[in-house]
Design a binder for this molecule. Structure first.
Ligand code: NAD
Length: 370
């Protein structure tokens, strides 16, 4: 997996992780990782990421992000995450997912959901094997969070709260989206509904850029037909990493971790960054963005829409309740975080981490360790 062995010193602190499990099933070549970070607020919820290079370190960091996200959103759930080391395009996907489900049958502190490389069909297979998954297809009473764009909706709601703090009007704002997938395309769609203009979008094959504006539905259709945003007929075609330096007001990284780093942070022209992906910027880059006056809303505040929706589903709610919950919780948290960040003169992430950690510690105080 291209990384050194687990050490307690590297990962463990006052919150967790309580379990890091490696899974291996020789009959089908399943290689999986599950990190259960903290369950003080309830059983952990977090996505299953399928990628050829997913690592234990990445899965743990994402599980911690889920602990903070679920606590910040006030959900009765702790944080966990899983990784399956495989190409999501593999023809063996159903077999691997089903083997993964059977391997976590007894790991009841972890409730799997969709993430990069997995979707509601995968959750349907897991549900069939072990009857424990969120983000299920409608046929199982699920609220298909990627189909309705729960996370993208939350990002657009968050944008409305954050924009005034950096003197931006959403109406007429130019938006660039790195990773035009489930999160990115719906964020673009909901922001367009609020009057913003999509000027750039990227995927694993490249970037499409048109300062005059790209109609979101046309881009969704072009990507569906050709497999990439580069299939869109108009605009300039650029390399996938060029999106970070393009002129825009709002930048939404919605693909892989650490894509904003020391080598591209100075090129960013956006006034507002909404983190659609989990951990899309290195800590050094975040500090630099703050110094440069770029308002950078951290992942676990901005992209909580998906897990809020999953929690509503898990507790028997419907789609309308999910949208209402997402809007209320994300708006309230964004306000609280911005107020604390401004009052204490600290980075938004630091303010959000303080808020979330206070909530987890409060929940931990009710627990006995035996
Ligand atoms: P997805 O697989 O639907 O979409 C990812 C998109 O990113 C694809 O279009 C892919 O081509 C593109 N991509 C991959 N590598 C890229 C690169 N190097 N440069 C540019 N684009 C690249 O995944 P998703 O569900 O949209 O998730 C995206 C991110 O958002 C992940 O970090 C995930 O953890 C996070 N997230 C997802 C949800 C959700 O509800 N799906 C919720 C919270 C956070």
């Amino acid at each position: 997996m291209g990384e050194t062995c687990f050490t307690f010193e590297e990962y463990c602190d006052d919150l967790g992780p309580i379990k890091i499990v490696h899974l291996y099933e020789p009959s089908c070549g399943l290689r999986g990782i599950v990190a259960v970070d903290n369950v003080a607020c309830g059983p952990s919820i977090g996505g299953v990421r399928m990628a050829p290079d997913v690592s234990t370190r990445e899965v743990f960091r994402l599980a911690r992000a889920m602990t903070l996200k679920n606590a910040a959103a006030g959900l009765p759930h702790g944080g966990g995450k899983a990784g399956i080391v495989a190409d999501p395009q593999t023809s063996d996907k159903a077999r691997l997912i089903r083997a993964f489900a059977r391997a976590i049958r007894d790991l009841v502190e972890y409730i799997p959901g969709p993430d990069m490389g997995t979707d509601e069909t995968c959750m349907g297979w897991i549900h069939d094997e072990i009857n424990r998954a969120v983000g299920l297809p409608r046929v199982f009473g699920g609220i298909p969070l990627d189909e309705i764009g729960a996370t993208g909706y939350g990002l657009a709601e968050c944008a409305e709260v954050a924009a005034p703090a950096c003197n931006l009007a959403i109406k007429s704002a130019a938006v660039a989206i790195e990773g035009f997938g489930n999160v990115g395309k719906h964020a673009a769609r909901y922001l367009e509904d609020k009057g913003a203009r999509l000027v750039a979008a990227s995927d694993s094959q490249g970037t499409i850029y048109d300062p005059a504006g790209i109609p979101v539905v046309a881009l969704i259709e072009a990507k569906a037909a050709s497999g990439s945003v580069l299939g869109y007929a108009k605009g300039r075609k650029l390399g996938k990493d060029e999106i970070f330096g393009l002129p825009c007001d709002i930048l939404i990284p919605a693909a892989r971790p650490d894509c904003i780093h020391k080598d591209n942070v100075e090129t960013i022209q956006a006034k507002l960054i909404l983190q659609g992906a989990n951990i899309p910027a290195t800590p050094e880059a975040e500090t630099r963005l703050h110094q440069r006056g770029v308002l950078n809303i951290p992942d676990f505040i901005a992209n909580a829409g998906g897990v809020i929706c999953a929690s509503v589903e898990y507790h028997g709610g419907n789609e309308a309740q999910a949208f209402q919950n997402i809007s209320e919780k994300i708006r309230r948290n964004a306000h609280e975080m911005l107020n604390r960040s401004q009052k204490e003169g600290i980075e938004p992430r630091k303010a959000a981490v303080e808020l979330a950690r206070e909530r987890v510690r409060h929940a931990m105080a009710f627990r006995s360790c035996g």
